[in-house]
Design a protein around this ligand. Structure first.
Ligand code: AMP
Length: 206
């Protein structure tokens, strides 16, 4: 099964993706994670990506589409895969249609007004990427999964998040209609608890 997880920044795509790939044992392909890996390792792609990510803008399509195209050529995706954070606009979706067959698109729908608080309070594990929120951490600063330090993502500050939300509304949200027309879209209520959202997705995927 080839799946796309769609949703605004902070909707919980990463959290659900981690749980889904655990359950279905398929590769998790997150363009955001790929860019962060490249930034950490100071690769040429990382240098380009950082200049856009820091401003809350999308990394240019020609860079992003090529990365996904190459990733989907690898052998491990034969069992299916979960795309998280790609496509982010109609152009990317049209390009993806040229080299991949998507079975289902899961839109994690959330109240956009609550997202600013949700994202600026987010802390992520510096090693495994697990997500937390300061409201439920009670001062804990390490990951309960792997013990590494929790950090705030560089692009999770208020100004960048506002820009990312604008980019989402203008460029990514139109994908909801794109995949509805293609008969592939299913929507889950992302304002529910993490496990409830997960169970809804599992029910859909069967
Ligand atoms: P994410 O981890 O999915 O929130 O992505 C973090 C940042 O990486 C985004 O704000 C974009 O700047 C960049 N990015 C991730 N995925 C894409 C994509 N499909 N197209 C362009 N830029 C992307």
């Amino acid at each position: 099964m080839n799946i796309i997880l769609l949703g605004a920044p902070g909707a919980g795509k990463g959290t659900q993706a981690t749980k889904l790939v655990d359950k279905y044992q398929i590769p998790h392909i997150s363009t955001g994670d790929i860019f962060r890996y490249n930034i950490k390792n100071q690769t040429p792609i990382g240098v380009v990506a950082k200049s856009y990510i820091d401003k809350g803008q999308l990394v240019p399509d020609e860079v992003t589409v090529e990365i996904v195209k190459q990733r989907l050529n690898e052998k491990d995706v034969e069992v299916g895969y979960l795309l998280d954070g790609f496509p982010r606009n109609i152009f990317q979706a049209e390009e993806l249609d040229k080299f991949a067959t998507i079975d289902k698109v899961i839109d994690i729908s959330v109240n956009l007004d609550k997202l600013l608080k949700r994202i600026t309070g987010r802390r992520v594990c510096s090693k495994c990427g697990e997500s937390y929120h300061v409201d439920t951490l009670n001062g804990v600063t390490t990951c309960s999964r792997c013990g590494a330090d929790l950090i705030q993502r560089a692009d999770d500050n208020e100004a960048t998040v506002e820009k990312r939300l604008t980019v989402y509304k203008e460029q990514t949200a139109p994908l909801i209609d794109y995949y509805k027309k293609a008969g592939k879209l299913v929507t889950v209520d992302g304002d529910k608890a993490i496990d409830e959202v997960f169970n809804s997705i599992v029910e859909i995927l069967g």
